[in-house]
Ligand binder design. Structure first.
Ligand SMILES: [Zn+2]
Ligand SMILES: [Zn+2]
Length: 312
């Protein structure tokens, strides 16, 4: 095991420097993971550019796939891992102590911290998946993979968890007509999750032909290409055709584009009692008008968010 290591550190907007760190000392409650693969999330791009108030200097990266190389005695029991095991660490590091943690909804932890967004000035420094090693504090949710897992699939577990949480929160089940807006990584894994829950039809909307084609391969029943000039009524008409259920619109809309335009469009694709779940991040201060009388009261529609990948 090396004594020191080098990791890429985002020190200010658009600037990454390589810096040296000591390897951490692993106590009874800690573990150390050697990174094998880390995904690059849209959030990483925002943090790199300086959006959302990053805690620079940062070792970024929260889509994690690696190998346990060291584990303390208490941590070994808690996580049920030993050196050599292949693992994912969930992005969220909850406090395990607040109101939400106590009732099991640790994704809502009021003191939550996130891998890839903790200043690496804080010991033991290795808080991000883009470094060669990742420090695992006791409250981490560590998940073990089978030894023959495909690394490129394993590293997608975090975005897939985000999609699973959104499907659960939207009550997606067998036969739920589901529109997914935005064929980026989150939209595409949402296709996989919705199909796994039995959703039908799954209709993927987006502007990029190549991404829509991937969505089709992943199981979307329909792909609908739109662009900035496509009228909302036209999209709604197309969704009605695909749903093919008494001329109704969709029961669930998963908004994975992260734009107010997509959110406005999504509201217009819901049937009465439908639910729109916002998964895409628009950033602070954006607003979308909702007709609270017609859509929410008379239509009994729901609009909600689903954030990250903790158990729903
Ligand atoms: Zn992410
Ligand atoms: Zn908590």
């Amino acid at each position: 095991m090396p004594v020191r290591m080098t990791a890429p550190v985002t020190v200010s907007p658009n600037t990454i420097e390589y810096r040296e760190f000591d390897m951490p000392k692993i106590g009874p409650r800690d573990a150390l993971v050697r990174m094998k693969l880390a995904g690059v999330c849209g959030t990483d791009v925002h943090l790199f550019h300086g959006d959302w108030n990053p805690a620079y200097p940062l070792i970024q990266g929260h889509e994690i796939f690696g190998e346990v190389v060291e584990v303390g005695s208490e941590a070994a029991i808690k996580h049920n891992v030993k050196p050599g095991d292949l693992v994912n660490a969930e992005v969220l590091i909850p406090c395990n102590d607040c109101y939400f943690c106590e009732r099991g909804d640790y994704a809502r932890c009021v003191k939550v911290e996130l891998f890839g967004n903790i200043s690496c000035a804080r010991p033991p420094h290795l808080w991000g998946g883009f470094g060669p090693y990742l420090y695992i504090p006791y409250n981490t949710r560590l998940h073990k993979f089978p030894m023959d897992v495909i690394p490129e699939a394993a590293v997608l577990i975090e975005p897939l968890g985000t999609a699973i949480r959104a499907c659960k929160r939207s009550d997606v089940s067998i036969g739920t007509s589901t529109v997914i807006i935005g064929p980026g990584p989150i939209g595409l894994v949402s296709v996989v999750a919705a199909k796994a829950y039995g959703a039908s039809p799954v209709i993927l909307l987006g502007t990029r032909e190549d991404r829509l084609a991937v969505g089709k391969q992943l199981g979307a029943d329909y792909i609908v290409k739109i662009d900035s000039r496509t009228a909302r009524e036209e999209v709604a008409e197309r969704v009605r055709e695909c749903v093919n259920d008494h001329a109704l619109l969709a029961e669930v809309v998963l908004e994975a584009a992260g734009t107010v335009e997509a959110q406005k469009m999504g509201l217009g694709l819901l049937r009465p009692t439908g639910v729109m779940t916002i998964m895409g991040a628009t950033g602070m201060g954006k607003t979308v008008q909702v007709d609270t009388y017609y859509e929410l009261l008379l239509g009994e529609q729901r609009v909600q968010g689903s954030n990250l990948s903790g158990w729903a």
